[in-house]
Design a protein around this ligand. Sequence first.
Ligand SMILES: O=C(O)CCC(=O)C(=O)O
Ligand SMILES: [Fe+2]
Length: 223
Amino acid sequence: MSVLTPKQVAFYQENGYIVLSGLIPEETSLRAKAILDKWVEGDPRNPKATSGEPIPRTSEEEDAVVACYTDAILQAAAELVGDDVSTFPRPHKPYPLHSYPTQEEWKPWGAHIDHAIKEHGHKTFPYAFRLASMLFFSDVEPHGGGTLVWPGSHLKTLALAKSNPEYYELMYTLNNELDKANLGEYVELAPKRGDILFYHYLCGHSGSMNVQNVPRLAMNAKW
Ligand SMILES: O=C(O)CCC(=O)C(=O)O
Ligand SMILES: [Fe+2]
């Protein structure tokens, strides 16, 4: 049985991203959020952390957090890409990626593509991953750290890469020259707890400043 409608798959193919709701039971995301709330108290990136050192993570807690990658989420990922669900394993470990409140004035950051660190040497073709995701654990207000996405940028980036595959062999080079792809305007997402953003490996996106007063809690996973 399909989790997604053909319209949702078409939206993803056209835009290079999609935000999906309702694929995690309420109690599962609430339990995970409580655990993440505890861990942030020892996160060195959290300006308001109450603990001077990382909070130990038990395997039960880690399991409870990755349980948010439900069968429905893994199935949705498979349907977006058109591959078998067996190629979308549940992540073993949580990879939290939070955005903490800042006093600075909000301004957008520029787009990037992932896996573009020079030393890592990831190639553009064939891809190092097909699909990335951000799973959100807090309700995000505008300018509260919602991810920025550039609709349709995956196709523009792909066209740029294909214009000279030898030159753009490395994701690093492609990422450095994203301005040549004229990615256009961004959309600032305002997801809720339990929502998941899926994005194509060539989708231009960025984190954003959080000028609200609650941490933006999320996890990243790639397949
Ligand atoms: O924090 C976000 O919303 C996105 C982060 C991101 O793009 C990254 O870490 O590569
Ligand atoms: Fe990224």
